[in-house]
Design a binder for this molecule. Structure first.
Ligand code: PAF
Length: 288
């Protein structure tokens, strides 16, 4: 596996591949890999001739007081895991080369980013769409694979590609879970054993909601009340949002149908903000 740090060298590599008709699958990441990331890399490899993974902890998507400075990092382990997953290039730019002095342009998507994860994190999605645009322009991939755990991010990036005629096919990968149901996340590393128990309130809520829907419940208020009660029954949990929305528009719904997604954001132990989501009527691994 090649490690490339310089954006211009990354683009030169990609251009050379494209000249010989090789397709490039891309997985943008902020590192601290777990099985979820590795699954995205494998999916990119199954669908493409070459795989590029970027590892860049993007400062512009963190708000003040968020965990940028102590975001978990382990370059040696990450490069080993990427190599084992068959990645061809690990692209590891530094902040100066991604955000040189004097940069003035950002990319933002209106109407999909002001609520859910955007409500408490102003500027977060502009940070994401700006860096993803820059990474796409540097890596020049044919396809990019994103985890469906960040459901809103996936919808926002799809919209951005549509609106800006970005010729990269966006693939959503189903959420990868630990054996006990916890959605894999680099932020799980912050959880003590006790807090990890409380973190299970997210996946347990999804199971509860899906079972209620199977039993015939369609009313969002009733489902939201039982989900909130379940989360509140775990120590050190505080709900950021419990939202039932349409999978395309992200607009809230009053009754459940095939396109309804339940998404949750819960702070565990006051600091660790975890998210999870699931369709409620279709199979959980239904692809977006
Ligand atoms: O999902 C992430 O890890 C990040 O938001 C991304 C897409 C790599 C952009 O920094």
């Amino acid at each position: 596996m090649k490690i490339i740090r310089d954006p211009a060298a990354m683009t030169a590599w990609s251009r050379e591949q494209s000249r010989s008709g090789v397709s490039i699958g891309f997985v943008p990441t902020m590192g601290f890999f777990h099985e979820g990331h590795v699954s995205l890399m494998r999916m990119a490899g199954q669908r493409n001739d070459k795989v590029v993974v970027s590892l860049f902890v993007n400062p512009t998507q963190f708000g003040p007081g968020e965990d940028l400075s102590n975001y978990p990092r382990d370059f040696d382990r990450d490069s080993q895991l990427a190599g084992q997953a068959g990645v061809d290039v690990l692209f590891v730019p530094d902040t100066e080369s991604m955000y040189p002095e004097g940069a003035r342009t950002t990319v933002s998507v209106q109407g999909l980013t002001e609520f859910l994860c955007g409500a408490d994190r102003p500027g977060h999605f502009t940070g994401v769409t700006t860096i993803v645009t820059k990474l796409f322009n540097i890596v020049l991939p044919d396809e990019a694979v994103f985890g469906r755990k960040d459901f809103q991010q996936l919808v926002v990036i799809r919209q951005m590609c549509l609106d800006l005629n970005v010729g990269v096919k966006i693939i959503g990968h189903p959420i990868v879970r630990e054996d006990d149901g916890l959605a894999m996340s680099s932020r799980n590393a912050y959880l003590s054993d006790e807090l990890r128990e409380s973190a299970l309130s997210l996946s347990k809520s999804i199971i509860l909601a899906r079972r209620s829907v199977v039993a015939g419940e369609r009313d969002v208020d009733a489902l939201a009340a039982s989900v909130r009660m379940l989360i509140d029954s775990y120590p050190e949990t505080s709900v950021d949002y419990i939202s039932f929305f349409n999978d395309q528009t992200l607009t809230p719904v009053a009754r459940i149908d095939e396109a309804t997604v339940l998404a949750l954001a819960v702070k565990i132990g006051g600091k660790v903000r975890l998210i999870d989501n699931s369709y409620l009527m279709s199979p959980e691994d239904n692809q977006v």
